[in-house]
Design a protein around this ligand. Structure first.
Ligand SMILES: *[C@@H]1O[C@H](CO)[C@@H](O)[C@H](O)[C@H]1NC(C)=O
Ligand SMILES: *[C@@H]1O[C@H](CO)[C@@H](O)[C@H](O)[C@H]1NC(C)=O
Ligand SMILES: *[C@@H]1O[C@H](CO)[C@@H](O)[C@H](O)[C@H]1NC(C)=O
Ligand SMILES: *[C@@H]1O[C@H](CO)[C@@H](O)[C@H](O)[C@H]1NC(C)=O
Ligand SMILES: *[C@@H]1O[C@H](CO)[C@@H](O)[C@H](O)[C@H]1NC(C)=O
Length: 272
């Protein structure tokens, strides 16, 4: 009898200890998955991405990441961190991104055309890297884009004409690449193309070829409150799961104790 009770309790304790495990089998956060895939294609000599942990509930406490108040990733900013490697096309899965700042690193390879599928992207700075290949025409689909810097890379191919159709684009720097013409007309926007020999070579008289780009500092989105909220949420979740577990354990113990007492009483011929 006692053995039965202790076996039962043991089983229950085991169940209790598996409860947190079971709840951690909830579907992985898609933004965590995408960022880990992005990290895998980068070489990070100073370890600035070391706290990117694939077991995280969400990436909001990670370095270089900015989240909205709904814990969605809206900013990825790692300028001047000596990152090398390529920019993963998985960036397309960070559908809430508003800002990507990866300037002044050592990134190589082509710009992923998938960058064009970020509907909320406002600021893109990939300047002073070693990107090569064409500027993907898909960037012409970035309908929220305001500021874009792709200067000081090794981009080639025709000037991305679809960019001239973007309604909010007010700053575009494509200087010091190897792009070719023709240039579309850019209404009312600052745009720089100096240092592209196929467009501005041969003593070109083009107005855009005499403008030296003014470096403007792009504001980086700030992240303040989310980290504390996250920790509190975790504490509450843990407390709730521990609390309900001990309540269940207590009820089970009570039930077994009462059953045992009842049986004992019926053996003695007393009705309970
Ligand atoms: C790029 O890498 C080279 C060595 O390969 C290093 O000397 C240079 O400082 C790096 N540049 C940046 C911006 O990290
Ligand atoms: C990432 O985006 C691609 C292309 O849109 C899609 O096929 C894939 O299912 C997405 N992956 C996740 C984990 O959301
Ligand atoms: C871009 O390259 C040009 C020419 O090499 C250089 O003068 C300029 O300082 C560079 N700009 C940046 C922001 O690195
Ligand atoms: C620029 O592109 C042209 C034509 O594709 C090529 O001949 C030239 O070597 C390139 N220049 C640089 C600096 O990459
Ligand atoms: C400069 O001259 C070369 C050779 O004549 C020509 O191919 C190129 O298109 C010219 N560039 C510009 C910007 O006119």
């Amino acid at each position: 009898m006692d053995r039965e009770v202790s076996l039962c309790l043991l089983g229950f304790l085991l169940l209790c200890s598996f409860l947190p495990l079971v709840s951690s089998f909830e579907p992985l956060n898609a933004e965590v998955v995408a960022l880990i895939a992005i990290k895998r294609e980068l070489s990070d000599p100073h370890g600035v991405l070391n706290n990117w942990d694939e077991d995280s509930v969400d990436p909001c406490s990670w370095a270089m990441i900015t989240c909205s108040s709904q814990n969605l990733v809206i900013g990825l900013g790692a300028p001047s961190q000596s990152l090398s490697g390529t920019l993963s096309s998985r960036i397309t899965n960070l559908t809430n991104l508003q800002q990507v700042l990866l300037q002044n690193n050592n990134l190589t390879g082509e710009l992923p055309p998938e960058l064009g599928s970020l509907p909320r992207l406002q600021t893109l700075d990939l300047s002073s890297n070693h990107f090569s290949g064409p500027v993907p025409p898909s960037l012409g689909r970035l309908s929220s884009l305001r500021y874009m810097r792709l200067n000081n890379n090794s981009l080639s191919g025709p000037f991305p004409a679809p960019l001239s159709k973007l309604p909010h684009l007010s700053f575009l720097d494509l200087s010091f690449n190897n792009l070719s013409g023709p240039l579309p007309l850019f209404p009312a926007s600052t745009f720089n193309i100096v240092g592209n020999p196929l467009i501005c070579g041969n003593n070109s008289k083009k107005e855009q070829c005499s403008t030296i780009p003014t470096p403007i500092t792009l504001p980086f989105l700030l992240d303040s409150s989310q980290k504390r909220m996250k920790t509190e949420k975790l504490a509450v979740a843990l407390g709730t799961s521990l609390g309900s577990c001990s309540l269940l354990l207590f009820s089970l113990a009570l039930f077994l104790w009462r059953r045992k007492k009842q049986r004992h009483q019926s053996i003695l011929g007393i009705t309970g």
